[in-house]
Design a protein around this ligand. Structure first.
Ligand SMILES: *Cc1c(COP(=O)(O)O)cnc(C)c1O
Length: 403
């Protein structure tokens, strides 16, 4: 491209960062559900739960209306409540912190490793008080946290570990799947996640008692759900055993989830292929840094929900926001995941946070951006993103004078 082309966007159509990949199988399954006479929580949710449970290798899986709902329930069934402190990463989506507040507990942030973008075990340990009850780890972008260290700390201090696995379906840590690493895990099937049900989530656990509790809490706290009552020949009366929530998934959503799950390994293979193309293009560029990858042969796998770049602002004449705006003007839908949670107005005001509290998270928060990555993209889309990022980096490079 020459400078004369600079005013026309590099692409005609906007390329969103997390385009869903839905096929005829999903459409047919939804139609089948619509024609079946049962669109609520029923047989398809049960089947999706069973297939998800088998994929992850957990003893139980409970479908819910969102990952946020699942995280909230995970805290509730763990007995987290008023007066309790829950440690989590400031480098996360609002939901991770908000659910701690929904449970009437206090979120306590612990800083991240600036290379992995995951919570640092030593920082967790530093924040533990006699009120600490749980840790919510976030496998950032799909890269599993340092779970051996974290579980050892949790055992020493009798803390519950909950995985925010929103980014990490398909992720693996030293031979074990994400979703089996902590006591409970919550996955997201939001529209732009690795697999989608439009909205939806899944909680995994190895505890039968917790699974029963989750099933009741997700549907008004009833002892028997509507599907059981509908399919039973006997009259089943349902008792309210908890003041539960309305957090159930529907069979319409599960119809999508069943096929998305069956396609997940193929999706991951495409994500890996595209991430490798990005890696090859950006690994040697001084203006950007990449998130750490698990070493090959470690038995760990990055689920590659996000492909992030960290800008070296010292080498550039622009801010991260200007850089992302420049990409978006070229119809490249780069995103920002995330502004560190402790810097959001509500968290600053309520918990008296300010800049300087979590320097590594702030460093990342100021420099990070996510490039489009999804199996719905073509290799040509990836090539176009590479070209535009390269060109934009050149444009904002410091000391770029006439040559
Ligand atoms: C998307 C996301 C959530 C929330 O998922 P929903 O299914 O939309 O509720 C929670 N945590 C992280 C890190 C996320 O990216």
């Amino acid at each position: 491209m020459t400078d004369q082309d600079a005013h026309a966007p590099a692409r005609e159509r906007f390329l969103p960062f997390g385009l869903p990949s839905l096929g005829e199988e999903e459409i047919a399954e939804v139609v089948d559900t619509l024609r079946s006479g049962w669109i609520g929580t029923g047989a398809k949710c049960l089947r999706f739960e069973e297939e998800f449970r088998q994929y992850v290798g957990s003893r139980h899986a409970v479908s819910v209306s969102s990952c946020t709902a699942g995280l909230h329930l995970a805290l509730v069934v763990s007995g987290i409540g008023p007066g309790d402190e829950v440690i989590t990463s400031p480098m996360t989506f609002a939901a991770t912190g908000n659910v701690i507040i929904h449970a009437d507990a206090t979120p306590i942030f612990a800083d991240i490793d600036p290379r992995t973008l995951n919570i640092l075990p030593l920082e967790i340990e530093r924040r533990i008080t006699d009120r600490t009850r749980a840790v919510i780890v976030v496998h950032f972008g799909g890269l599993p946290c340092d779970m051996d260290e974290i579980m050892a700390i949790a055992r020493r201090h009798r803390l519950v570990v909950i995985e925010d696995a929103a980014h990490a379906v398909g992720g693996r840590y030293r031979g074990r799947n994400v979703g089996t690493l902590g006591e409970l895990a919550s996955f997201s099937f939001y529209a732009n996640k690795n697999i989608t049900t439009a909205e939806g989530g899944m909680v995994t656990t190895d505890s039968a008692a917790q699974a029963d509790c989750l099933r009741a809490w997700r549907l008004h706290g009833l002892s028997a759900d509507a599907w059981k009552r509908y399919t039973s020949k006997e009259l089943i009366l349902s008792d309210v055993v908890y003041p539960g929530f309305k957090y159930n998934m529907t069979d319409l959503q599960a119809s999508l989830g069943l096929w998305q799950l069956r396609k997940l390994e193929r999706f991951l293979a495409v994500r890996e292929e595209y991430a490798a193309l990005y890696d090859r293009a950006f690994a040697e560029m001084e203006e950007v840094a990449l998130q750490t990858r698990p070493p090959s042969g470690s038995g760990s796998r990055h689920a590659l929900h996000l492909y992030v770049l960290l800008l070296d602002l010292e080498r550039l004449t622009c801010s991260r926001d200007e850089f992302v705006s420049a990409l978006r003007r070229e119809n490249i839908g780069a995103g920002i995941h995330y502004t560190a949670l402790h810097l959001h107005p509500y968290y600053m005001k309520r918990f008296k946070h300010s800049r300087g509290d979590f320097p590594n998270a702030e460093l990342a928060s100021d420099r990070i951006l996510s490039l489009p990555l999804s199996p719905a993209m073509t290799p040509e889309d990836v090539g176009c993103v590479v070209e535009v990022v390269r060109r934009t980096l050149r444009r904002f490079r410091k000391g770029r004078g006439p040559r």
